[in-house]
Ligand binder design. Structure first.
Ligand code: URA
Length: 233
């Protein structure tokens, strides 16, 4: 890759800014000052130092967010704050071209994966891959045994086929966990509605191999994952 392109991808500056930095000899490439923007470098093996900070190139980035209520799962919106607005508030110099994988409703909290790895996003969302998503549900009443059975077996949610098989962990009271592997619009809320319950709060606690650890990642926080391998599926 051309050196100037790499420096732009590393968010060191715009194309013209990095050219100026190079001309001034402010960029060290493998320990030596390099002034030629067109220099070819191996982006996976080169060490770039600028202002004493070392930069390494990563083609793919993976972040997890504990999504708060009141923000929408989109890259941009005229009216509402989006998860990507929150992302760039926490990582102003963060990589460009990221998108949330899948969608949580505006009032849903919990685990959201954000990446620029389109192939992985596609795998995680593909209905054929059956990637599990677990939600902690707070509802307006209790479930009967027959409700749990119906939710697990599949219910009619107003259109299309019945929902696919799911797993419910219910120990009484107004809360439970449900694990589904589809991703239909408002699916969990509509499933509970189908058995006569209203979902009051919804939090995603797991998505594929990712599990929400709320001590490490309180609501609203985002962290970068060093490595994420979807090929497990
Ligand atoms: N199901 C819902 O109803 N809402 C979500 O945000 C996610 C799953």
């Amino acid at each position: 890759m051309r050196l100037d392109k790499l420096l732009v991808e590393l968010n060191i500056g715009t194309r013209s800014e990095v050219k100026t930095l190079l001309k001034k000899g402010l960029i060290l490439v493998d320990g030596e000052s390099c002034t030629k923007p067109e220099t070819k470098v191996d982006e996976n093996n080169v060490e770039i130092i600028y202002k004493g900070q070392s930069y390494s190139y990563k083609r793919f980035h993976y972040f997890v967010m504990n999504k708060p209520k009141g923000v929408i799962t989109a890259t941009e919106d005229k009216k509402d704050t989006t998860v990507m607005d929150l992302f760039y508030r926490q990582f102003p110099k963060g990589p460009k071209g990221l998108s949330p994988v899948g969608r949580l409703d505006k009032d849903t909290t919990g685990l959201l994966l954000i990446t620029n790895d389109g192939a992985l996003a596609h795998e995680m969302l593909s209905p054929k891959k059956h990637v599990d998503k677990t939600y902690f549900v707070t509802m307006d009443g209790e479930l009967r045994d027959c409700d749990v059975e119906a939710l697990e077996k599949g219910v009619h949610i107003g259109e299309g086929e019945d929902t696919a098989e799911a797993k419910v962990s219910y120990e009484g009271g107004n809360t439970c966990y449900i694990t589904i592997h589809e991703g239909r619009f408002h699916q969990v809320k509509r499933m509970f509605f189908a058995v006569g319950r209203q979902v009051l709060e919804l939090k995603r606690t797991a998505f594929g191999p990712l599990v929400l650890d709320e001590e490490e990642l309180p609501v609203g926080k985002i962290k970068e994952l060093s490595h994420f391998n979807a090929l497990k599926y």
